[in-house]
Design a protein around this ligand. Sequence first.
Ligand code: ADP
Length: 701
Amino acid sequence: MPRSAESAATLRAIRWFTITHGITMGGFVILMAIFLGAVHGTQSGKADTLLEHPLQVAVVGLTVAMLMILLLLGRHARRRLSAELERDRLFTLSPDPLCVLGRDGALIRGNPAFEQFFAPERGAANIIERAHPDDQQQVAQAIASVARPGQVATSFEARFMPATDRGSGGDAWRWLEWSVRRDPQSQTMLYAIARDTTSRRRAEAALAAETAFRQAMEDSLLTGMRAFDLTGRITYVNRAFCDMVGQTQSELVGAVPPFSYWPAGDDALQMAQLDRLLKGATPRNGFEVKLQRRNGSVIDAKMYVSPLIDRDGRHTGWMTSVTDITEPLRIRAALAAAHERFTTVLEELDAAVSVVAQPQPDASPEVSLNDVGELLFANRMYRQLFGITPTGHQVLLRSVKDSGGAETFHTAMGRWFELRARDIRWVDGRLVQMLVATDITARREADEQLHRQELKLQHNSRLVTMGEMASSLAHELNQPLTAISNYCMGLSARIRGMTAKGHSADPELLLDALRKTSAQAERAGEVIRRIRNFVKRSEPERRICSAKDIAAEAVGLVQIEAARQRVRIQTEIGRELPPLHADPILLQQVLINLLKNSIEAMRDLAPGNQRVVTLRVSEVGTAIEFSVSDRGPGIREDLQGRLFEPFFTTKTEGMGIGLNICRSIVESHQGQLWAERPDEGGSRFRFTVPVAEPVRLTQAA
Ligand code: ADP
């Protein structure tokens, strides 16, 4: 039976007991009075006053007193019972679980809310065992602590599983906040009341998570945040701001101007800035400020300001966000400096540099015909030469395309340019064309001057060679001329003799003499033709020519000198040599120089030595190789490296330019010239000239 029903029955029993005892006692008193009256009446036979019957009075008085006591007792019992009933009702109706526990946590009694939550198996439930495994120790300790003398109450919070959710596990655990009190009278019983705090706990956890999230978000910010109240006192700073100025939150919050992070000597300016800020007069797109760190270094920062409005719409202060822009500013300055250096270099370049975006291919034909593109960049030289239009760029490009080389002559300007064009990716991602045009007019002129001088030198060298060979040539010419003269004199003597004898001249004889005369004249003419050909001033002219002819001509010219020096020229010329694409006169000049040097080298040879110069012409790979060797003293090893230097000579009347000119002639024919010291003694000079390419041959044909 529930406790409240029990109490109501008890109350009814007490009432019944009081009434029945009252009636019984009343009846007993009346009966006693009747009995005492009857006894007294029989003894005296007459009625007396009450004072004359003290015993009866005492009995009646005691009876009344007893009745009174009984009445009071009944009322007291009723009041107590009603209080208990009240407590029971509270116990029963309380929505919070209430229970009476033993000192070991064993359940003695629980109210309906408790029973609904825990559904305890009677006599088997223990509050400690019903707690979450992680909380059981804490619950046991709390209950044990109340049982200790000197402590009567405790409270704790732990997780319990509602009976309805038992077995579902997981999130069904609910937080109960327990208040436990020891019954001061029984000492063995504990009164415990639980309040479900799960929602509060969850709200707290959600709040903590939210706070942690906000804190993490705030801490992760690189932007410094700082709030002022309306008077300019700092009311809030975030970690980034603290890091920025190197101070702690407690040092900054509550601070009033002038602030410790204002750069020294900058207070007036900073104060004016703060005044503007507090008046809300700062620019919306931010402004730059300087902040001083604790270590004295000054940083540049960008600051944005927004008003702080509270829930009631009142303006309570200002929130500022501060970004450290020292590094971006430094990078910007470095970039600007680099850009300036770059532009200075570009501007001061001797070359004209231009960047042009080509006309879009999808543009209409009329537009693309007239459109010369957009000039994106032009340095000083370009602007000076071509102005600020892309026309110069395009003209140069066109001329280089036409000429097919990197060097081009700008006819309108009368200047030579060396061009380098490249497609580059422009800053906006477009593919554009960069052109670097270097004015090489001066270099071209110098080259041409040098070329002219070289030609002159070659010509002079040929004249010198001929001058040197003049006596031999005179001798060579003298021979046919003497022969002609002799033939002519012999012929006239013979005609005179015949005429004197009256005979007519024999025509056969005359013709034979005339043929011989003519042959000698031809021989003289040939020598003169060779000399003329050799020394005539002409521009180098390459043509298809034969190595064999070149060799024969050169030998023909040197032969006279060789004969004079009693030197034999031996030629070994390969058969069916491929043709050369070369200037034959220049190659002759090289051969004559080499042959002459060899003849000269053998001039002082002791008699008995072989005085032979060998000229070999052969095909080696894709070139014709000419080789001139002699049996002279040879080249001194220490001088070999200097032979081709201009003006190097070991001869008293030598000029030392022969070999130098020879080498430049050979190299201008893409060949090579070098000297050797053969094992058999003497010296050998060899040079190669590439054979004519088939294309050129066809062209020539
Ligand atoms: P030059 O004949 O006026 O001295 P070269 O340039 O023709 O000028 O020759 C340079 C030098 O090379 C000569 O002075 C000589 O010492 C050396 N030389 C050239 N050819 C020969 C050779 N066949 N044998 C030895 N020395 C030579």
